[in-house]
Design a protein around this ligand. Structure first.
Ligand SMILES: [Zn+2]
Length: 264
């Protein structure tokens, strides 16, 4: 515990993310190699500027109608949030998936943004605000892919926030299913500090959990999570690692959070 409490913010990020960057071409090559090695089906649903948009899929190891769940995980929609794609790569390498789960993993939704270390894509568009208007080619390709998939029981979107004081998450659970937020926060807290602010990103928060009340019809600029809750799933979490901490810590926090949601 003392080790954890000693972790301090780096104080690097003023006006934006100024931390570690990744070689997105190298990370995507590793993702592809590791996914093949661990038996995933690898689909490329979009290509642009010599970069590939991967959708990885694995069937449950044990088929059973009662306990089967479909879980969707995405990362890397903001090109200045490297912990997401690295967490996806680590999860593939760990190969610890629930035996009754069918997994859909999109490890990097904005490769052109990562090539530039910026939030937006190469054309300067915030892709995580484009799921209603669908102006970006890669978002149209992503939605076309989503429309070919079955509904999911759970979605997890991996993000980072350079302004936050610790890990936090957004919970969408309109049907009041058994909530996973507490378990996810506890798992993340074993790795990195949690943001205990009473307001995060202008929304009320409690113990690192934001439960936004959203009316999708009133919002012109849908993030991915709003599309998912409207069309594909009835429960999901947007996970935010604090990017003013060392990269390895943020990757481990996201991996711990995903594992807590997968193995509650
Ligand atoms: Zn983000």
């Amino acid at each position: 515990m003392r080790e954890i409490l000693r972790v301090q913010k780096l104080g690097k990020n003023f006006g934006g993310y100024h931390g570690e960057t990744i070689d997105v071409h190298a990370v995507l090559r590793e993702v592809e190699t590791s996914a093949h090695h661990h038996g995933w089906t690898v689909e490329v649903f979009h290509e642009q500027a010599e970069l590939k948009w991967f959708a990885l899929h694995r069937e449950p190891e044990v088929r059973s109608r009662e306990s089967e769940v479909r879980i969707y995980i995405s990362a890397g929609i903001h090109g200045d949030e490297p912990a997401g794609p690295l967490a996806a790569l680590k999860l593939i390498g760990q190969d610890r998936w629930p035996e009754h789960a069918e997994i859909f993993l999109l490890p990097c939704l904005n490769p052109t943004g990562f090539a530039l270390n910026r939030r937006e894509n190469a054309e300067g568009r915030d892709l995580n605000r484009d799921y209603r208007q669908r102006r970006a080619d890669e978002i149209r390709a992503h939605i076309a892919w989503l429309e070919r998939q079955p509904r999911f029981d759970l979605y997890l979107c991996l993000h980072e926030d350079w302004e936050s004081h610790g890990f936090y998450l957004y919970e969408q659970n309109p049907d009041n299913r058994p909530a996973l937020a507490g378990k996810i926060i506890t798992a993340a807290q074993s790795v990195c500090p949690v943001d205990l602010s009473e307001a995060i990103e202008g929304r009320p928060a409690q113990g690192g959990i934001i439960r936004p009340i959203l009316n999708p019809a009133e919002r012109p600029d849908w993030p991915e999570a709003l599309y998912l809750i409207s069309h594909k799933a009835r429960q999901g979490y947007t996970l935010e690692a604090p990017s003013d901490f060392p990269l390895a810590l943020r990757v481990n926090a996201l991996v711990a959070a995903v594992n807590a949601a997968l193995h509650p």
